[in-house]
Design a protein around this ligand. Structure first.
Ligand code: 5AD
Ligand code: SF4
Length: 463
């Protein structure tokens, strides 16, 4: 493959990278969480720096990469369906190389190249710097695999090629991996142990985004509250609240969000820093998973429902205007009807603005898979999930009714899906607001009075 070394990938956006006939073209598809989106941006940066251009069509590409998620069985099945499609594309063009990267690569390793003839390359989340070499190796007809996990890799020095749709909001990964060992979760196995990224490199990345016109960053990590960096030969320790403080102070015009917080680790100090800075968005994603203490213990979550209630009370006390969202897993091993009802009643007590809700999906190799029985019947899981979703719909609607007649500051992200005459944006609380476009454009901030709502959005008029 002919490669021209590019000068530098200093940030840049995927929309500005035009397919170039003289360079090998890479097509990348991303599944799973925000962390995977951020990783795909790093992967593109590495490849562009090594002489690749980008293709927006897998059939026109020389290399197809699929960045994968293992969190639930459903996520993996989706990827296998895509691999079937790439297999068909490869029949017409056998020179195309197909790479599976990310969490499924890490979980399934050589099985992927051994059992799926379409797969040429398998690369885990900590081995992306090796991609150019591994693609070259696969180009010689050998299958290429690197799934080594690292204790240090944070890709801190790499300027990601942005893949957002709006040029207004971007993700910044501040840490990688996870040390929590929730018994249901595959992430510690697919992404390895926790490591934090140098705050100076984070500041530089935010600064580059400001220069490119971005208005909002979301700091992401599996558990941002355990962010920790030692400075000055280990004498000074930067915690997550310290990092937030540094960023909010240094970049007053940048909106800052973060995800995900862990209920066992979320300290009042983070809430206080949030209350001191207007540019830190008033939204906390605080996964509950279950409202029952026996189940929380089986999940090894490290808190009780009483502790969780204490954290919510702290949020309500220190940040009265903060929205709260959550993740719930229903039908975890041995969950009874009573225990399920405790989840419903805790959800009702908190009154979440938003929730991601899932049926428990057993993941091979996790502690739950080894030690506990996945014994809640599928139809019971489905019915409980429906009950949880119906309750959350009610709670979300109630929260929206409370917003009627309020005036919110909205950062415009783009044109509304339903009408070209309307724009949409988000409030500090992460609520989507649709309003008449007038002369506003993405990146603007304006005040909007809420006068109506649908099930998913607030509707309003600029004031
Ligand atoms: N089954 C179902 N949901 C899961 N999650 C993590 N692991 C599983 C699993 N095995 C959910 C949790 C987590 C979110 C990212 O995904 O709710 O917070
Ligand atoms: Fe992200 Fe977890 Fe899925 Fe990996 S398994 S992509 S970390 S959600």
């Amino acid at each position: 493959m002919k490669r021209i070394n590019n000068i530098s990938s200093q940030a840049g956006h995927i929309a500005d990278l035009v397919p170039d006939q003289n360079q090998p073209r890479v097509y990348i598809e991303t599944y799973g969480c925000q962390m995977n989106v951020a990783d795909s941006e790093v992967v593109l940066s590495i490849l562009v720096d090594n002489g690749y251009s980008v293709s927006h069509d897998p059939e026109q590409a020389d290399v197809i990469l699929i960045n994968t998620c293992s969190i639930r069985d459903k996520a993996e099945r989706k990827v296998f369906r895509r691999l079937d499609l790439f297999d068909r594309i490869k029949k017409n063009n056998p020179d195309i190389l197909v790479g599976v990267i990310g969490c499924m690569a890490e979980r399934l390793k050589e099985q992927l190249v051994n059992n799926y003839r379409v797969v040429d390359i398998v690369i885990g989340p900590d081995a992306y710097r090796k991609l150019p070499e591994l693609i070259d190796e696969a180009g010689t007809g050998q299958k290429a695999v690197n799934v080594l996990l690292s204790r240090e890799e944070t890709y801190a020095d790499i300027s990601p090629v942005r893949m957002d749709k709006n040029h207004v909001t971007a993700f910044i990964s501040i840490m990688r991996g996870c040390n929590n060992m929730c018994t249901y979760c595959v992430v510690p196995y697919t992404r390895g142990g926790e490591r934090s990224r140098d705050p100076q490199s984070i500041l530089r990345e935010v600064d580059n985004l400001i220069k490119s016109g971005y208005k909002e960053v979301t700091l992401i990590g599996q558990n941002v509250d355990s962010y920790k960096w030692k400075e000055n030969g280990g004498n000074i320790e930067v915690s997550f609240s310290g990092l937030l403080n540094k960023l909010a102070e240094a970049m007053p015009d940048m909106r800052i969000r973060f995800s995900t917080s862990h209920p066992k680790d979320l300290p009042d100090e983070v809430l206080s820093v949030m209350s001191r800075y207007n540019n830190i968005c008033k939204h906390i994603h605080l996964p509950l998973q279950s409202g029952n203490n026996r189940i929380l213990d089986l999940m090894n979550r490290g808190y009780t429902s009483e502790w969780y209630i204490g954290r919510i009370n702290a949020i309500k006390r220190i940040l009265p205007d903060c929205s709260i969202s959550t993740d719930i897993i229903t039908g975890f091993c041995s969950e009874t009807e009573e225990e399920h009802k405790e989840t419903l009643s805790l959800m009702e007590w908190v009154g979440y603005d938003f929730a991601y809700m899932f049926k428990y999906s057993e993941r091979p190799g996790t502690k739950a898979a080894r030690k506990l029985k996945d014994d809640v019947p599928e139809e019971v899981k489905s019915r409980r999930l429906t009950e949880i979703i119906e309750l959350q719909n009610k709670l979300s609607h109630k929260a929206k009714i409370k917003d009627l007649n309020r005036v919110y500051e909205v950062l415009v992200e783009g044109v509304s899906k339903k009408s070209d005459n309307d724009l949409f944006g988000r409030t500090s609380q992460n609520k989507v607001v649709v309003f008449p476009a007038r002369n506003y454009k993405p990146g603007d901030t304006l005040k909007v009075r809420i006068n109506n709502c649908t099930s998913a959005t607030l509707l309003g008029e600029p004031v």
